[in-house]
Write a protein that binds this ligand. Structure first.
Ligand code: NAP
Length: 231
């Protein structure tokens, strides 16, 4: 499969490595330009491209940049890209550490709805609740007891099925969270976030989630601080 990846950091770099290892064709972009991705390209065989090219290269396109930087992407990023192309959002809103205040999310908008609105495209939310290192190292064959499961939310069942199949290839079970309106159940601070549960555990945790955004996950007047010193 042809896969575009916008963002080549912890998650983008991990997905580039893992998808390449599985034999997928990967087109990867960052903010500084393809020349700065020479090492990753050499290591993995992925093709370094611009973000606009990555959006046009894939049957699946993963957007995996810090939430606060989403508005910096080209406004026409997906202009002319066929609707059949599946766009994955891996994002999380870290207002106190990294992203600063995003007023719509603070007012209650679901994080991935905000991303979809910024991109002008429907998205499937996936990979947001697992640490990059675990995504890189902890995949297991299907049927392995305790295999880590990842929640997947989105409005288009066909798009979700494509993502769930990729997750299985990567070595994880996939659990359908529901529509994007249900994706708050896998946002930061929820019971499923970073816990590496198996499928039963993920289903249970999704059911136990509360929609309330706690103070820890809200911006302060000083946002953003840093991961070492949250605002
Ligand atoms: N780290 C994790 O374990 C983890 C786990 C699950 C979900 N997430 C979420 O996934 C998202 C990505 O996180 P990350 O940890 O992978 O971030 P990261 O390591 O900081 O990497 C961010 C990447 O985004 C690129 N980027 C930034 N602005 C861009 C732009 N305008 N156009 C193209 N590329 C751009 C950066 O490129 P340059 O370096 O060239 O600026 C960099 O390659 C975040 O929302 C995060 O919360 C992270």
């Amino acid at each position: 499969m042809k896969i575009g990846i916008i963002g080549a950091g912890q998650i983008g770099g991990t997905l580039t490595r893992r998808f390449r290892a599985l034999g997928h064709e990967v087109f990867v972009a960052n903010s500084r330009g393809p020349a700065t991705l020479a090492d990753l390209a050499k290591e993995t065989g992925a093709k370094p491209v611009t973000a606009r090219e990555a959006a046009r290269a894939g049957e699946v396109v993963v957007v995996t940049i810090p939430q606060g930087k989403i508005p910096n992407l080209p406004k026409d990023l997906f202009a002319g890209v066929p609707e059949s192309v599946v766009v994955i959002d891996t994002g999380n809103y870290y207002p106190r550490q990294r992203d600063g205040k995003i007023a719509e999310i603070e007012a209650g908008m679901i994080e991935s709805r905000w991303v979809a609105r910024q991109l002008g495209r429907p998205v499937v939310k996936a990979f947001n609740n697992i640490y990059a290192k675990h995504l890189l190292e902890n995949g297991k064959p299907a049927g392995t007891p305790g295999r880590i499961a990842l929640p997947v939310a989105g409005d288009d069942p066909k798009a979700k099925a494509v993502v769930m199949k990729l997750i299985d290839e990567l070595g994880f079970d996939a659990v359908d969270t529901g529509t994007l309106d249900q994706s708050w159940r896998q946002q930061p601070g929820t019971p499923v976030y970073t816990k590496d549960y198996d499928a039963d555990g993920v289903k249970r945790a999704l059911g136990q989630a509360s929609k309330e955004r706690t103070a820890e996950w809200r911006a302060t007047e000083k946002s953003p601080g840093s991961f070492a010193q949250p605002a």
